[in-house]
Design a protein around this ligand. Structure first.
Ligand SMILES: [Zn+2]
Length: 341
């Protein structure tokens, strides 16, 4: 089947009361790991690429790899989503390329660092919604800002200084018409999210519950939601790595979110840790190896294992065959009818 809209996957997830993991990719092995995990667990799949990933891979490589994925895994409803589009132009270029879903992150200015105003966010997101929906493409927006890693998106922001305000969230959804909404509840991008197991003081699940109560029909998105398991940190450090102790978002908190409107969960760090750990292990144990396949294959297997585990924990496992894909043309028609209804 062709790439499908994210809106359909999330609507189905809402009906079935489960969440769908969105996993970041930069290369072939990561796409293969996700698709293999989806096949093994019979899960729908959201594959996402950030601006950094698009520039790393020259995004036409990624796009054509995704077309290969739809040919080789025809039974898996698969979305290609732009993660953290920083401007209307970035989103439009992704739509032109063939992405079936885009995130317009207008919570930050186009530099990806400076928190923006509510008015700027609404205007930029609204513009993307108009273009995207006319083509049946899904839009995710963000209100409030996540904590950031040094060189990445939202660099240097404190995770608790720009939490999502529930009143603003309601107004934002009303004014933009987004399909999905990313909220800031204390999580951060990168491996160093929490200095100890998070509590209600650092991970504001009560804020999420309040937003869901106010927006019961909006698909909520949790960013920065790797669990950063100790086992994966240990493998890296056991084979010469130097990670500092850190804590991620516990699976049980994500599952509480899924019971309360969370339909998309972004996971990147856990897969990075799994791949790097597997590669370090080969380098450590077999220093005579020099065929890249000797370490890329274990790396791919390690990522597949983590993705399959998350797909099972989020509840999307077993749901790949629940529905026939709705074409983007049909989605565009539905948006049009909804607007004029
Ligand atoms: Zn994010």
């Amino acid at each position: 089947m062709p790439l499908v809209s994210m809106r359909q996957l999330l609507d189905e997830a809402a009906q079935g009361a489960y969440g769908v993991g969105a996993f970041n990719v930069n290369n072939m092995e990561q796409i293969q790991a996700i698709m293999e995990a989806a096949r093994e667990t019979k899960s729908p799949a959201i594959v996402q690429a950030s601006r950094g990933a698009r520039s790393y891979s020259q995004d036409r490589f990624l796009y054509h790899l995704m077309l290969a994925a739809t040919e080789l895994y025809p039974e898996i409803p698969t979305v290609l989503h732009l993660d953290h589009g920083n401007s209307v132009e970035t989103c439009k270029s992704a739509i032109a390329m063939g992405f079936t879903s885009v995130m317009m992150d207008g919570s930050l200015m186009p530099d990806g660092k400076t928190p923006s105003t509510f008015e700027y966010n609404v205007k930029a997101t609204r513009e993307v919604v108009e273009t995207a929906h006319s083509k049946g493409i899904t839009v995710e927006g963000e209100i409030g800002c996540l904590g950031g890693i040094e060189d990445g998106h939202g660099a240097g922001l404190d995770a608790l200084s720009h939490l999502t305000d529930p009143d603003q969230a309601v107004e934002f959804v009303r004014q933009t018409g987004v399909d999905a909404l990313a909220i800031a509840i204390g999580t951060s991008h990168g491996a160093y999210k929490f200095t100890k197991k998070p509590t209600g003081e650092t991970l504001k699940m009560d804020r999420l519950l309040e937003i869901h109560r106010r927006l019961p029909n909006t698909h909520l998105v949790m960013h920065g939601s790797s669990s950063v398991p100790k086992e994966l940190q240990d493998i890296i450090n056991q084979y010469g790595g130097k990670l500092k102790p850190t804590w991620g978002v516990p699976i049980e908190e994500i599952q509480l979110g899924i019971k309360n409107g969370v339909r998309k969960i972004n996971v990147d760090t856990d897969n990075r840790l799994a791949m790097t750990g597997a590669i370090r292990k080969v380098f450590w144990e077999k220093p005579e190896e020099f065929d890249p396949r000797s370490y890329l294959k274990p790396a791919r297997d390690a990522m597949k294992k983590v993705v399959a585990q998350r797909m099972t924990q989020f509840g999307q496992a077993g749901h790949a065959g629940d529905y026939a894909p709705i074409s983007l043309e049909e989605m565009a028609k539905r948006y049009q009818q909804h607007l004029t209804a």
